[in-house]
Design a protein around this ligand. Structure first.
Ligand code: BT5
Length: 267
């Protein structure tokens, strides 16, 4: 593999004007560099930004993961973006938002020829490795609550540039994808998936399970937020969006955690 990074054209912001997806009309702001697009979009949402505001950075320099983890991407090698949504749904449905974003990313990557799958709750995998991370945050504003949906997709990132062994990029999977075209496909798909969910929230469960490599019947270890873990065999996605795992002590539904897909040798 070559050490040299491939040529990396900038995003073509003019072709991102006027994009829509379902009920969402997008207003896409491209910035050269930002510590975190989620932080920028959250500040805009708190200031009253409407649904459909998108902030995308050519170079995100201090990207955030869940639980204070970091998300690392070189200049122009990835898509790093955050979308403001204002879902008028009951609070019990909010946990579905990150799963909905995962479904939208997986569908968009499949549309460009990548055999993307989801690892519960919302990692997007290619060939079993992480190609995309998602962080959905809720912010309160005078216009009501907003969701900031942060998405990072490794596009032309090389193996040397990826922070962990278990990561990959579209380029490493042999796909030469134009970031502007992928961003447009992603925003359209996200808007359509989101609008379909608002109309019929229950239908997302089957669509999610279809794309999810974690269910059913997979041996997993789930690392829970309190530092403990459980091992078992997955059964299903619960109505809450949680993961149902059959363990030695019976079935349990996990609502937050990190899943490791196990091979028999790892148990
Ligand atoms: C995530 O967290 O996967 C959520 C990442 C969200 C990033 C987007 S980019 C746009 C927006 N603005 C932000 O500031 N964030 C969002 P988590 O499941 O906690 O995974 C984080 C872990 O993924 C790290 O601890 C690393 O092990 C790994 N990681 C970091 N960078 C990666 C990359 N480029 N590709 C694959 N894995 C990575």
């Amino acid at each position: 593999m070559s050490d040299a990074a491939p040529p990396r054209p900038p995003l073509d912001s003019t072709s991102l004007h006027g994009l829509t997806g379902g009920r969402v009309s997008y207003d896409v702001e491209v910035v050269a560099a930002a510590p975190s697009t989620n932080a920028l979009a959250a500040a805009r949402a708190q200031g009253g930004a409407a649904e459909g505001l998108v902030v995308t950075a050519e170079h995100q320099t201090a990207g955030r993961g869940r639980l204070d983890r970091t998300w690392e991407t070189p200049d122009r090698a990835a898509l790093t973006l955050s979308v403001v949504l204002r879902p008028d749904v009951e609070p019990a449905l909010w946990p579905w938002l990150p799963l909905l974003v995962g479904v939208s990313v997986a569908r968009s990557l499949r549309a460009v020829g990548a055999a993307a799958e989801l690892k519960w709750p919302n990692d997007v995998l290619l060939d079993g490795r992480k190609v995309c991370g998602i962080l959905v945050e809720r912010v309160e504003s005078t216009d009501g609550p907003a969701a900031v949906a942060g998405i990072g997709i490794n596009v032309s990132t090389t193996a040397e540039e990826l922070p962990i062994e278990a990561a990959t990029s579209l380029a490493l999977a042999g796909l030469d994808v134009d970031r502007t075209a992928l961003l447009a496909t992603l925003l359209r798909t996200l808007g359509e998936t989101y609008t379909g969910w608002l109309a019929d929230p229950a239908a997302l469960r089957a669509a999610y399970a279809d794309l999810c490599a974690t269910v059913p019947g997979r041996r997993v270890r789930v690392e829970l937020p309190d530092g403990t873990s459980v091992t078992g065999t997955t059964r299903d996605i619960a109505e809450s969006g949680g993961l149902v795992v059959a363990t030695e002590r019976g079935d349990m539904t996990v609502n937050a955690g990190d899943v490791v897909h196990l091979r028999t040798a790892e148990e």
